[in-house]
Design a protein around this ligand. Structure first.
Ligand code: TXE
Length: 481
């Protein structure tokens, strides 16, 4: 069995308690390794290593920090195939997806913020003849990073890259369900000469190691992506310490197909936004809202294409739908679909476990792409994040009705609109309560734009300058000449 180790102070080390958690391969349901079950003592060691590295890393300057991040990006890119395979085994995602999305995006994250490190963000504001205010931005301090399992290396680097670029040492805890690529990143960071203590990666459960990071008095900022309930708990723990907190949480995103949409493009986009990564992306469009005049034809095609998605071994190049991340998550999805049936929903396709899996995958955590019709917007199925390959379809008559339907959940992360009418697209986009609205596309990302959600989808924004602002504190120096 492969053992994963913590990266603390530039060394690979076992948890002080010698306690371990099993690492399960979702495709087979079998344990294939173990990871540290770190606790408050391991987290404290990581925070001490970060404290020791803090001043030197801040004083190094943006150019040098950028050079370190570029070196890390190059080293990750050179190991792309190895990392894609690790990600696919650890998470259950199709290797084709890990090769084309997860690992390339991790490299891009590191490169983007390597370049962002060079910019001087100071501002000068003159108070007439009386004074000169210089606003400088200084590193926030030790950054606590807590990342989820759905896009493991992609989301971990999305957080650690700006934190490091802005001059902060990091203590990161990847999801205990998918620790492999983060552990490899820790090793790579040592191999490519990142100063010891600058990037510390502590593995373990959220309730123990994660809580210890959030509660540690020397950690100044917490950047978290994960479930809304966990986000609420993190907020409550961090608040008495007055930490900066950035939370990227769940979604129940509408995917709106207007009568004037390019239906082929909308269908292809909807298949991706419904089922990419087995629907385990916070940005997935889990409520498909279709204009009444197109409803029947569109839903028929959606069901047809969803049923044809190739489910199989994630390590097979041709697989389009891999395994769900864990047995518990698969069971939660199953229960959600059963609840949808109880609520009166009609399961148009999927709604169960595939029966034609390869031998190796018989005990894996699979679920068929599922489309459910006939539920009102206030049904639990349309309100709760399922986070799996399950979408509902609903009909609307006009723009005002669909805006109301789109906004009728506690979430507000993203939306997609498919229409040829640019004026309508802009009006509807402005009325939708969400951090991002895509028009005639989905998951088209520019790393410079703010990224995050409103309502219960989160607090704060990541990406570009927003991330650099989050990981720095402004200081005003007011000088009278
Ligand atoms: O996420 P958690 P879970 C949603 C999705 C999913 C639900 C639960 O709906 O079904 O959340 O998933 C760490 N203090 N998303 O339970 O618990 C944990 O170890 C500090 C949406 O897997 O939020 C992991 O590293 N940390 C989503 C990270 O938080 C804690 C991605 C995320 O796990 C902690 C994943 C605590 N008390 C799930 N408890 C998205 N927004 O993309 C847990 N953690």
């Amino acid at each position: 069995m492969d053992s994963i180790l913590n990266t603390i102070g530039g060394r690979q080390i076992a948890p002080h308690s010698e306690k371990w958690l099993p690492n399960i391969e979702p495709a087979t349901g079998q344990p294939y390794g173990k990871l540290p079950e770190s606790d408050v003592t391991d987290v404290d060691a990581a925070v001490q290593a970060a404290s020791a590295a803090r001043d030197a890393w801040a004083e190094l300057g943006g150019q040098e920090r950028g050079a370190h991040l570029h070196a890390l990006a190059d080293a990750v890119e050179a190991r792309s195939e190895e990392l894609a395979r690790l990600e696919s085994i650890d998470n259950g995602k199709p290797i084709a997806l890990a090769r084309t999305i997860d690992i390339p995006r991790a490299v891009q994250n590191l490169r983007f913020f390597a370049d962002a490190a060079h910019t001087d963000r100071s501002e000068i504001l003159r108070t007439g003849e009386q004074a000169i205010n210089t606003v400088i931005r200084q590193p926030v301090g030790i950054a606590g990073v807590i990342s989820p399992w759905n896009l493991p290396l992609y989301l971990l680097t999305w957080k650690i890259a700006p934190a490091l670029a802005a001059g902060n040492p990091v203590v990161a805890k990847p999801s205990e369900l998918t620790p492999a690529t983060a552990a490899r990143l820790g090793e790579i960071s040592i191999e490519c000469g990142l100063p010891p203590g600058v990037l510390n990666i502590v593995h373990g459960s959220g309730g123990i190691a994660g809580e210890a990071i959030v509660a540690h008095p020397d950690v100044s900022a917490i950047s978290f992506t994960g479930g809304t309930e966990t986000g609420a708990r993190i907020s409550a723990t961090a608040a008495p310490h007055f930490k900066k907190v950035s939370l990227e949480l769940g979604g129940k995103n509408p995917n709106i197909i207007f009568d004037d949409a390019d239906l082929d493009a909308a269908l292809a986009g909807s298949i991706r936004s419904s089922f990419a990564n087995q629907g385990q992306i916070c940005l997935c469009g889990s409520r498909v809202l279709v204009h009444a005049s197109r409803y029947e034809a569109f839903v028929d095609s959606l069901v047809d294409q969803a049923s044809k998605l190739r489910i199989g071994d994630p390590l097979d190049d041709k697989t389009q739908q891999g395994a769900l991340v864990s047995a518990a998550h698969r069971d939660k999805i199953m229960a959600s679909v059963e609840h949808a049936r109880d609520e009166g929903g009609e399961v148009l396709c999927g709604g169960g476990v595939p029966d034609d899996l390869p031998d190796r995958c018989q005990d894996g955590f699979y679920y068929r792409p599922t489309v459910i019709a006939g539920l009102p917007m206030d049904a639990a199925t349309n309100q709760q994040e399922i986070f799996g390959p399950v979408v509902t379809v609903s009909m609307f008559e006009d723009d005002d009705e669909v805006i109301e339907m789109a906004n009728a959940t506690r979430y507000g992360l993203s939306a997609s609109i498919w229409t040829r009418d640019a004026v309508r697209a802009r009006r509807v986009a402005e009325c939708i309560e969400a951090g991002t609205v895509w028009v005639n596309c989905w998951l088209l990302r520019d790393l410079r734009v703010p990224f995050g959600g409103v309502k219960h989808s989160g607090v704060g924004r990541e990406g570009g300058e927003e991330a650099m602002r989050f990981f720095t504190e402004p200081k005003t120096i007011c000088e009278v000449p």
